[in-house]
Design a binder for this molecule. Structure first.
Ligand code: PEP
Length: 251
């Protein structure tokens, strides 16, 4: 089944006012690819200015707190993201699962909080190198999904899963195409089992060292419905060829 592709950039802790021109450039270039959903997840403090700079283009957060409001110093609620102009958010990125010790249970609560206010959620899962080498990657990701998928996903367009092997993030290494295919097929089976037919329409993104040079090959794999892109999303010159590859992969 060919789903509409989603290519989302994760700017991580990069981006100042001076980078809003790059956001504008990417948003303008994305108009040439109406068949692809393109988004940029920028630092929380830049969301409002980015959203104002590019009306009609999807700007997202990189994390959200699970509580509606309260004594959570330094955190951002789902309503705050929405209020700032975000239309989506990443949850459960491996850098947060690792550095902030986020559990599957927390990731699930974050996803549910974001969905409850109408944000689209990109929920990340992925195995470490040690797990990959031990042959337990598929079962590990299945267990992450079991623990972190939201109870009610709202609809098929509101929840996307990003498979991001931790060892492929920012390293230039990627799994073999067969390994990506095997994992995406397993994730598809898991979401269909969990949600029924809406699971067949949920996008499963690949993330981890996606670049112009490997994007076409990755997008040709069954059940790869887009990409979550880190380093290569910071500059239009690197990001747009990935969007173009997504567009070219459409039937
Ligand atoms: C990411 O951090 O989500 C990511 C995929 O990074 P990179 O593309 O730089 O590997």
């Amino acid at each position: 089944m060919g789903l509409r592709k989603l290519v989302a950039g994760n700017w991580k802790m990069h981006g100042l006012s001076s980078d809003l021109d790059e956001v504008r450039t990417i948003a303008a270039a994305a108009r040439d690819y109406p068949g692809v959903d393109v988004a940029l997840c920028v630092p929380a403090i830049l969301i409002e200015r980015a959203a104002r700079a590019v009306s009609g283009f999807a700007i997202g957060g990189q994390d959200v707190h699970q509580a509606e409001k309260g004594a959570h110093t330094g955190c951002t609620s789902a309503l705050m993201l929405l209020d700032a102009g975000a239309s989506l958010t990443i949850v459960g990125h491996s850098e947060r699962r690792d550095a902030q010790r986020e559990s599957d249970e927390q990731v699930k609560a974050k996803a549910e909080a974001a969905l409850s206010v109408g944000l689209v959620v990109i929920l990340c899962v992925g195995e470490s190198l040690e797990v990959r080498e031990s042959g337990r990657a598929v079962e590990t990701v299945r267990s992450q999904l079991d623990g972190s998928l939201p109870e009610t996903p709202n609809g098929e367009a509101e929840l996307a899963i990003a498979y991001e092997p931790i060892w492929a993030i920012g390293t230039g290494k990627i799994p073999t195409m067969g390994e990506i295919a095997e994992m995406h097929a397993s994730i598809r089976r898991t979401v269909v089992k969990r949600y029924g037919s809406p699971g067949a329409g949920m996008r499963i993104l690949y993330g981890g060292s996606v670049k112009a040079s490997n994007a076409a090959e990755i997008f040709a794999i069954a059940d790869v419905d887009g990409a979550l892109v880190g380093g290569a999303s910071l500059k239009a010159a690197d990001f747009m060829p990935i969007v173009a590859a997504a567009a070219a992969s459409l039937p």
